[in-house]
Design a protein around this ligand. Structure first.
Ligand code: NAP
Length: 457
């Protein structure tokens, strides 16, 4: 894919970029490697001062970077502003908590025959982050804030359609005072990733993206015996049981499916509804989905903007066409708009069966499937009948049922009476083909640390 800013609202190529040469990449790795020697020895207080400065700059530039995100990948400008604000908050969270999360873990010295014994978290070194375009700032910051606070240095290979966001992040950290080489953007295509991963100075990698990209990066890192964290796709269940507040569930269901123009890994994608409330819930849900305002993401009252790429829209349209051809009913949407821009309307598909591709594949656009179930057991069976295991949502006011869902849903997150959301305070990650490892919280900052056992006799 060419490295370029292409406005998804118009299809117009705004700016193209030359990929960095192998020599430029090698020089960046060397700068990062050298910087690690000094950066890893700075105090938490020094790092926190710079991280807070980056957060302040980001807040001051919220509008400017929001407009850039909207231009490059089509998210609504109001959601872009919220994303930038969330990034600043995430930076402050790790500025405040990194030291406490990485405090030495004491061990009873008598038990191991020592005078002193403890475990210490130490940074690993240069970490490569391969990131997707869908949350062009947040995906990066949730790696960079804990990573840099831990004393690691970062190399970013961002998605090829958000080069200006990628360059902005490098510039942001530099202007905040992070020394040269602490955080570097590599403008490279996916074909150049292997060489970076095989470089002995690069110690680990984190990838957020598709299964194929995850497989490739993990295979190379497996070969090189390097640590990886993978955050891959999802097809989250949203289960609605008879005791649920149906109106609230329908309202949240719409946001959970259509946030970020339907392009979120933790979007609810499969709506599994108990037969006792199926007709009522589905009517409310489809009505609200059909009433969303689709249009220019730069407009304040737009709910759903275009998909980020032309290929993305083609993929969504093909999945819907396959389902309809095999007998699914369209309750709303289902036809891509004519004219410029890669718009696809909020769509609800009922009567979905296992033969349809949408039953198992991730739909990366504002398309919901609704599935009728007759019991709690069937709801759990359908919810878990996926190769993914990222988030999950269950709506019930029955306390016993809530506990049962927490135990039975096979996913990295279970949200009861709310939509799956990432919070700096909560660990984030998946099971099954959604990946492994965790970001955010204390667990996220420890992923790229070497837990050193210390024994002093
Ligand atoms: P993608 O094609 O996998 O791209 C993600 C990143 O990986 C980009 O930087 C891409 O670079 C790079 N890449 C692609 N193929 C690669 C390869 N073989 N080797 C090395 N790097 C490679 O993903 P996408 O389709 O843009 O993003 C959507 C997917 O990401 C969905 O499945 C979504 O669920 C998932 N996602 C997961 C999370 C999570 O936290 N679990 C969050 C957001 C998105 P180029 O742009 O240069 O191709």
């Amino acid at each position: 894919m060419a490295i370029a800013t292409i406005n998804p609202a118009t299809g117009e190529t705004v700016r193209t970029f030359e990929a960095h040469t192998d020599e430029q990449v090698a020089a960046a790795i060397e700068r990062a490697h050298e910087r690690f020697g000094s950066w890893s020895r700075t105090s938490f207080a020094e790092r926190a001062t710079l991280m807070r400065a980056a957060a302040d700059l980001l807040d001051a530039e919220n509008e400017q970077i929001a407009q850039l995100m909207t231009l490059e990948m089509g998210k609504t400008v109001k959601s872009a502003r919220a994303e930038a604000a969330k990034c600043a908050a995430g930076m402050r969270f790790y500025a405040e908590h990194a030291e406490e999360f990485l405090r030495d873990e004491p061990v009873d010295p008598a038990a191991v025959g020592a005078k002193r014994a403890f475990a210490r978290y130490r940074p690993l070194g240069v970490v490569l982050a391969v990131m997707p375009w869908n949350f062009p700032l947040w995906q990066v910051v949730r790696f960079a804030a804990p990573g840099l606070m831990a004393g690691n240095v970062g190399l970013l290979k961002h998605a090829s359609n958000v080069p200006q966001c990628a360059l902005y992040l490098e510039d942001l950290f530099r202007r905040a005072g992070f020394p040269d080489g602490t955080f570097t953007t590599l403008l490279v295509g996916s074909g150049q990733v292997e060489k970076v991963l095989r470089d002995p100075r690069v110690r680990a990698a984190t990838l957020t993206g598709s299964e194929g990209a995850g497989q490739s990066v993990a295979a190379i890192c497996g070969d090189e015996i390097k640590k990886t964290v993978l955050e891959l796709g999802g097809s989250d269940a949203f289960v609605v049981m008879p005791s649920a507040d149906l109106d609230r569930a329908a309202e949240v269901a719409v946001t959970a499916r259509c946030q970020n123009n339907g392009q979120s890994c933790i979007a609810a994608k499969r709506f599994i509804v108990h037969t006792d409330v199926y007709d009522d819930f589905v009517a409310r849900f489809a009505e609200r989905m059909g009433a969303l305002t689709v249009g220019d993401p730069a407009e304040e009252d737009t709910d759903v903007g275009p998909l980020a790429t032309e290929q993305g829209r083609t993929d969504v349209a093909e999945l819907v066409a396959d389902a309809v051809e095999k007998g699914a009913q369209l309750l709303c949407g289902g036809t891509a708009a004519d004219g410029p821009g890669w718009y696809y309307p909020p769509t609800v598909l009922a009567g979905v069966t296992e033969e349809m591709r949408v039953y198992l594949e991730e739909v990366f656009g504002p398309v919901a499937t609704v599935l009728r179930v007759g019991s709690y057991e069937e709801a759990v069976e359908v919810a878990n009948a996926t190769t993914f295991g990222l988030g999950s949502n269950a709506w019930t006011t029955d306390a016993k049922e809530q506990d049962a869902f927490i135990t039975d849903l096979d996913a990295g997150a279970v949200f009861i009476n709310g939509m799956t959301t990432s919070y700096p305070e909560l660990p984030f990650g998946g099971t099954k083909r959604s990946g492994y490892g965790r970001e955010l919280s204390a667990h996220g900052i420890r992923e790229f640390c070497n837990l050193t056992s210390v024994w002093v006799g």
